[in-house]
Design a protein around this ligand. Structure first.
Ligand SMILES: [Zn+2]
Length: 327
């Protein structure tokens, strides 16, 4: 594998030899019982090899007893799957941008149908994210909303939280597409100071694009929200399964409906500047088991390319109509 140098590799068939090396890389303890034969080995790859706050971490496991595997991270069960038939087990770990930067324990348990159990205790060291301070000027009502808007804002927050807490079956089958080609204009995790008042960190990235630019769906999923929100403006949230959701904010137009099944490459809406914005752009966010993660990480999974829908973005054919939305 070409990315082997970046990965932690543990061969527990000779774990006594490797334990020192593993500990040096942050694996805090290893326990197996009874003693494994050379054919019963664990292989663990962690990508990225030195993760930080806000990362989507890919944990790849080949275990000694093949029939089932379980693990938890921060109290959440990890959902294991394979990118291809016969391939190693993979779980995506969402590391929230404010998860403490320290070593986190992951206990992996492998079982077979005969009652044999093997466990592996990993320590995943997390580096602090390098998050910038962003000073932004927006309409005063977007920093200190009027009393009549507070109820709406609270209701929307409850709705979005309930949606993002759902866990459905896996829909994504490969790595994710970039929703628009535009450059990054605001990075993930920035500490946001609106009109001199510090607010929640930037739980997504901003991608450049003029009003009307088509936004494509990066992976298979179901639309679970398609409506206008106070801060996010016209917004779409897509459920990709296993607790992974992506969000698209400040759209000028929404072109999908709640409940609709989407394929990679389909157009879900058009870039705009609705909600709390300083100008037109796409806000692209992602959450995994409610952890706010960097959506750009989804484009670098060790997955096969997903089959792209034939209905690719169709240009700006109704640009004139979108210009009206700028007002
Ligand atoms: Zn944003």
């Amino acid at each position: 594998m070409t990315d082997m140098p970046r990965c932690l590799v543990l061969l527990l068939g000779c774990w006594l030899v490797l334990a020192g090396d593993a500990l040096a890389k942050g694996v805090t303890s290893i326990s197996t019982s009874p003693a494994l034969t050379s054919r019963q080995t664990w292989r663990i790859h962690v990508r990225p090899s030195s993760p930080c706050q806000g990362n989507v971490v890919e944990l790849e496991v080949t275990c000694p007893l093949g029939s089932s595997i379980e693990a938890t991270f921060q109290g959440y069960p990890l959902e294991f799957f394979t990118w291809k038939q016969g391939g190693p087990w993979v779980a995506l770990i969402g590391v929230d941008l404010q998860t403490p930067a320290r070593v986190h324990r992951i206990r992996v348990v492998a079982k077979n149908g005969k009652g044999d159990v093997r466990t592996l205790n990993l320590g995943l060291p997390l580096r602090p994210g390098k998050f910038r301070v962003q000073k932004l000027k927006v309409a005063p009502r977007m920093v200190r909303p009027a009393q009549e808007n507070k109820e709406r804002i609270e209701k929307e927050a409850v709705l979005v939280k309930a949606i993002l807490s759902g866990v459905s079956g896996r829909k994504f089958v490969g790595s994710f597409l970039r929703p628009v080609a535009g450059a990054l204009t605001a990075s993930f995790g920035g500490r946001r100071v609106f009109n001199g008042v510090e607010r929640n960190p930037h739980a997504g990235v901003d991608l450049r694009g003029s009003v009307g630019t088509p936004v494509q769906v990066p992976a298979h999923g179901t639309v679970v929200l398609a409506r206008e929100l106070y801060f996010a403006g016209r917004c779409v949230i897509v459920d990709h399964g296993l607790g992974l959701f992506t969000q698209y904010g400040h759209l000028s137009r929404i072109l999908v409906q709640e409940g609709q099944e989407l394929r990679p490459g389909e157009v879900l809406g058009r870039i705009g500047k609705t909600g709390r914005v300083t100008g037109p752009h796409l806000h692209w966010g992602a959450t995994l088991r409610q952890a706010r993660v960097n959506p750009m990480d989804l484009m670098h999974l060790s997955a096969p390319p997903a089959p792209v829908s034939p209905s690719l973005p169709d240009g700006d054919k109704d640009e004139d109509e979108d210009e009206d939305d700028e007002l």
